[in-house]
Design a binder for this molecule. Structure first.
Ligand code: SF4
Ligand code: SF4
Length: 384
């Protein structure tokens, strides 16, 4: 196989974050210190080397950046302070941009103005839609619109359709980007033939890791996995109840405290508030190795999540207090925060790793099984 090097690769990768590996002496201490590396997945040294020598196509086909869960051990061990853990993080951002056909991931990773701008753009669109609906679609007078809100139940059909569209948009982009990840990582490079049945027999690997993200557990401090699990549970629950049980929330009624609307909602909001506040404090303080290089971009996503949870909780509190008008305005603000976050962050930003990581583990499992099949097919040489 011919390898073509591209000297521009390193400078391109550096636009996605820190990749300061010029001083690397190839000692391999980083790989030795990594708890997640093994004979078949050797990283971070090897992956960083691909970038340094400009092997663009090989880099795009690698799954290793997704198998790193950023504990920071390799950075602590590196005798040249080249921060290999942070470099792997930069590679994940670069790869996310390669999978994304729209080019939006590249723009929001390279410039915080693009990320903030696109979130603001969709937030304003949502607020305009709320005003449009009340004044033109529902034909309310302006005075009525600002003084007597329409009962939430009256908008259920419209909001239900709107919610479905809002969830389907990121799913559509994530699906296409995942297919591109498949194409880049499974269909190029080696000539390994993969029997089709392995894709569905190994699907359990994807489900297991998508739900539990359990590989985190093998990486450094265990409580980080538990915090991540709480965050994922809060996000997953929030999406699930809003998608399947929207009528519980699109209401002016107060449910009894034993109703799932109350306790599931409290759990989702509590999980999101606890974990996002903890993440924000860690990223601002920068005490741990993994937060040493946190910047303003790294704060945007947890802030959006926190605001979504707080505004959702505020809607509930105002409804409980009987402040009907305040409840409706807060609900509009809640939508203006949550909708852009779902549309931008799930398929193009930070949230996409929740899919790319389990996909990488799944693709790796499929490849390993396929290799095993090939080995078993090899004719056994008789002793002569
Ligand atoms: S950050 Fe942790 S998991 Fe990632 S390569 Fe370094 S040691 Fe391994
Ligand atoms: S430990 Fe540092 S110097 Fe050694 S191979 Fe890894 S990145 Fe390079």
């Amino acid at each position: 196989m011919k390898y073509r090097t591209d000297p521009s690769l390193l400078s391109e990768v550096r636009k996605y974050g820190r990749f300061d590996t010029n001083a690397c002496l190839q000692c391999g201490s980083c790989t030795v210190s990594c708890d997640l590396t093994n004979n078949t997945d050797s990283f971070p040294r090897k992956t960083l080397r691909y970038t340094l020598i400009g092997l663009r196509e090989q880099l795009k086909s690698r799954l290793e950046p997704w198998l790193c869960y950023y504990c920071g051990d390799c950075s602590t061990t590196c005798p040249r302070q080249t921060e290999p853990g942070e470099a792997m993080m930069t590679l994940r951002r670069y790869l996310t941009a390669q999978y994304d056909w729209t080019g939006l991931s590249a723009k929001i990773y390279k410039s915080k103005f693009w990320e903030i701008g696109s979130l603001l753009f969709f937030g304003i669109i949502v607020l305009l839609l709320v005003v449009y609906y009340h004044l033109f679609y529902a034909e309310l007078e302006y005075e009525v619109f600002i003084s007597e809100p329409m009962p939430m139940e009256h908008m259920f059909g419209l909001i239900g359709t709107f919610t479905t569209v809002v969830f389907l948009i990121p799913l559509f982009f994530l699906l296409i980007n995942s297919l591109r990840m498949y194409w880049l990582t499974m269909r190029s490079g080696d000539n390994l033939k993969i029997p089709f049945h392995l894709y569905y027999t190994e699907a359990k690997t994807f489900l297991l890791h998508a739900i539990t993200q359990k590989r985190f557990r093998d990486c450094a401090v265990r409580n980080r996995w538990i915090k991540h699990l709480i965050l994922a549970a809060g996000c997953g629950l929030m999406v699930f109840i809003k998608f399947f049980f929207l009528e519980w929330f699109q209401t002016d009624s107060i449910y009894p405290v034993y109703h799932p609307q109350r306790w599931l909602g409290y759990f989702a909001a509590g999980a999101l508030i606890y974990t996002t506040v903890e993440i924000l404090i860690s990223r601002i303080k920068k005490r741990e190795e993994i937060h040493k290089f946190s910047n303003a971009n790294d704060l945007i996503f947890p802030i959006m999540l926190l605001l979504t949870a707080v505004s959702g909780l505020a809607v509930h509190i105002f409804r409980y207090l009987g402040l009907e008008l305040t409840t409706h305005f807060t609900y509009a603000i809640h939508l203006a925060i949550a909708v852009p976050m779902l549309i931008i962050e799930i398929p193009f930003g930070k949230w996409s790793h929740m899919i790319y990581r389990p996909l990488a583990i799944y693709f790796k499992a499929v490849k390993e099984k396929a290799l095993q099949v090939e080995i078993n097919k090899e004719p056994v040489l008789e002793n002569v």
